[in-house]
Design a protein around this ligand. Structure first.
Ligand code: ZN
Length: 108
């Protein structure tokens, strides 16, 4: 069963247009993905079976074939992490910055 390693969406769950993608095999591309993910998400653990769903990619990251199958372009990198995350994962900097800002507003 394919499960997204970031947002925990399972294959077959709505919306059905979600596709699942394995991490790139090439080390330099895999490293780019992991760097971006680690910059945005705390506690992310990568395994060889990790798959990431299409919700984390912008539309221009995909190539659609005549049969409707979606493939990631070779230079695609995940960039969208603003959905509810898998249990145990947390957004890093951006959310914390907002929380600190709200904390300051409340306490001033
Ligand atoms: Zn996902």
């Amino acid at each position: 069963m394919a499960v997204c390693c970031i947002c925990d969406v399972e294959i077959g769950s709505p919306p059905e247009c979600i596709s699942f993608h394995r991490f790139p095999k090439q080390d330099n591309r895999k490293l780019r993905w992991l760097t971006v993910i680690n910059e945005n998400i705390k506690n992310f653990a990568f395994t060889a079976n990790s798959q990431i769903c299409s919700q984390h990619f912008t539309v221009d990251c995909f190539v659609v074939t005549c049969s409707g199958r979606r493939y990631l372009k070779s230079n695609a990198v995940p960039s969208i992490f603003s959905m509810p995350l898998k249990q145990g994962l947390e957004m890093t900097q951006p959310v914390n910055t907002v929380l600190v800002f709200i904390y300051i507003l409340i306490h001033e």
